[in-house]
Design a protein around this ligand. Sequence first.
Ligand code: SF4
Length: 390
Amino acid sequence: MTEVAIDATVAKQNLLDLDREGMERFFAETLGEKRFRAHQIMKWIHHRYVTDFNDMTDLGKVLRAKLEAHAEVRVPQVQFEKPSTDGTHKWLLAMDGKNAIETVYIPDKNRGTLCVSSQVGCALNCQFCSTATQGFNRNLSTAEIIGQVWVAARHLGNVPHKQRRLTNVVMMGMGEPLMNFDNVVRAMSIMRDDLGYGLANKRVTLSTAGMVPMIDKLAEVSDVSLAVSLHAANDALRTELVPLNKKYPIAELMEACVRYAQRKRGESITFEYTLMRDVNDQPQHARELARLMREFDNRLQMKDAAKVNLIPFNPFPGTRYERPDDATIRRFQKLLNESGRIAPVRRTRGDDIDAACGQLKGQVADRTRRQAEHLKRLESQGGPGVDAAA
Ligand code: SF4
């Protein structure tokens, strides 16, 4: 057997951080191994959930020793998990000594959706969001993002292409995914890769609060579905609810969505609208929304280019917002339906375990200092200004 020199001072590469291209490069450049070996190991990790190189039985001893010397498969540790009575399942995953994030699996009739987080906390400070109350600590690495899928898929006994328990991923958990662009794009590439989780482009959705320049950047590198957290169809109210709107107002955001849909050859875009009592749930708000959605369809010359999801607000401790009553929700929906828009009301799932939309919180340490640093950095890069977190 060939001796493999181990340099304990060199940090091992976490293979969960690598997509197909990165894995092939690592195998060629660091291990001096062929491409198909990189593919073999991706299948061990993402299809069979094996993390110990010694259990990867079709790899030779020499390769296993090289892997031991230079690499590891480090998955997030489950700190706590809780099934809901409605089948929803929530995991609290430890990301380091201090922080934890939440990941939620939501089964439905013929689909199973995993809601994945992209940051520890969030700097955007949307006023109705539980994550926002924790501030921002840091971006998640690719390994920490795809690790959420790994944990859930293993729990569900997921076998890509064979069973359908995990059919969809939405980047809609804690954080603004477009503010952690490279890691999110790499993780989404593993989700869609046959050597990863084999999900179709349409079944991976990125949800953004409206980072306009990054929507254009995303269109250049990825084919995933896009969802936008809209919540109001006029700038005054949207700026109040989503402070990022001050930097990227609705007209600019809608134009970026038009460009995204055009590049994706007419794919529809989903607009999420959280209904809050006496804030954005009145007939005039429904009419404004209907008008904005019609304009979007017209720009794309396509019926239903804009899809609307209505989400009744899920209260959390300390919030000043309330959920509208059922009659108000139905009235809002009816007005949209009368304008020709199908607008499903999202059923509240997992609210007995605080896993409903907008309730994800995790544990965010050391947030104040990091939040200030993060916003300063973004400001200097032309990102959202400090008032995004005001
Ligand atoms: S709604 Fe999303 S973007 Fe806004 S603060 Fe919450 S996690 Fe961040």
